[in-house]
Design a protein. Sequence first.
Length: 161
Amino acid sequence: MPETIAYVGIGSNLGKSEDIVANAIADLKKLPGINEVVSSSYYLTDPVGGVEQDQFINAVMRVKTTLDAEELLKVLNQLEKKYKRVRTIRWGPRTLDLDIELFGDQTIHSNDLTVPHQEMFNRLFVLVPLLEIIEPNNPYIESINKAVETLAGSQYIQKIN
């Protein structure tokens, strides 16, 4: 498969979240089919979804990969399992959360994957770090900028590095 640029959200709010995020990024860089990983800055963010929990460390990665979207999803799910991700409460606390936000210019609707991510345009913790690393010719850039403008001030987000 030719190389595709994917944008992957990463977050954690259980354990030593900043270390978990950094280690998971390092682990992803070593995996077959992953040619390059560039991370945004890290951000401290409030959780969304109404579940009472600690704040998150969030970032977005630009991933150059020869994997297709479903294969990348499997790799990301395996990485979440390595960090003991448990899916018990929707939008609940987690040691590691990895979401494919964009995959090239593809629109995907399968049982396991929706791209662009269905909540991406509602979440500053995705959009703000994404703007740091997205390529300027990405077809979604205008929509991302508009969503950031609309959401500005409605969700807590603070750059931490």
